[in-house]
Ligand binder design. Structure first.
Ligand SMILES: N[C@@H](CCC(=O)N[C@@H](CS)C(=O)NCC(=O)O)C(=O)O
Length: 216
């Protein structure tokens, strides 16, 4: 079965090591599934490739045989469905893992990455940016506190590592270090996730694609 993940081979400062193909690669590595990548330049027109049919023109998109999927969350869920390493067989446990996948991408990522980073890098020169950033930070810290309280001293969000942790760690690791500083539980949790050999393999492959623009 062929599997292809779209990724970027260049991008703005800070994109390297952060683009969301990384979480898909991580899931594939955890599941022990092989894949190839197709890379694009940042903002490069992508017409002419069926994998460019990501409705928002973004990466990652994913092809598996004839199947085409977009949105990192949907891709993660699809991959997790193929591997007990990511999704427990027990339906109740699988539902909990799925809940955390959605929580990471729906309740945490928009308020942390989108709001906080947008007010700094994207809207940073607007006159209201500083106020918006302070408010966004405050709100985001509330969400981080909720995750930290849930986690307590447990290693993972539920009884074992699942795709929910993969998504949550992926979201949290993208934050500037000082955002996590008030939450040692989250710092330890992220460190645990990043120490997984599958993440390290995924990161190495992600960085390798960035280092070789001619690989497109
Ligand atoms: N909600 C989407 C967000 C995808 C996204 O933001 N992709 C960014 C990289 S992380 C992108 O493609 N940016 C480059 C571009 O739009 O050309 C997902 O989770 O897949």
């Amino acid at each position: 079965m062929s599997r292809i993940v779209t990724a970027l081979h260049d991008g703005p400062e800070g994109a390297k090591g952060q683009v969301r193909d990384l979480r898909v690669r991580w899931a594939l590595e955890e599941a022990g599934l092989t894949y190839q990548t197709r890379t694009f330049g940042f903002g490069e027109p992508r017409k002419g490739s069926d994998l460019a049919d990501q409705p928002f023109g973004q990466v990652p998109a994913y092809a598996e045989g004839e199947l085409r999927i977009f949105e990192s969350g949907a891709i993660l869920l699809h991959i997790a469905g193929q591997s007990e390493a990511l999704l427990p067989r027990d339906p109740a446990q699988a539902a909990r893992a799925t809940s955390w996948l959605f929580a990471a991408l729906n309740s945490v990522e928009p308020v942390t990455w989108q709001m906080v980073i947008m007010t700094k890098y994207v809207w940073g020169d607007r006159p209201w940016a500083a106020d918006a950033r302070a408010a966004a930070l405050d709100f985001a810290q509330g969400r981080l506190r909720s995750v930290a309280n849930w986690l307590g001293d447990r290693p993972w969000l539920e009884d074992r590592f699942t795709v929910g942790d993969l998504a949550m760690v992926s979201v949290l690791r993208s934050l500037p270090a000082d955002y996590l500083a008030p939450h040692p539980e989250l710092q330890a949790y992220v460190a645990r996730g990043l120490a997984r050999p599958a993440f390290q393999r995924a990161l190495t492959a992600h960085l390798a694609d960035f280092r070789h623009p001619e690989a497109a």
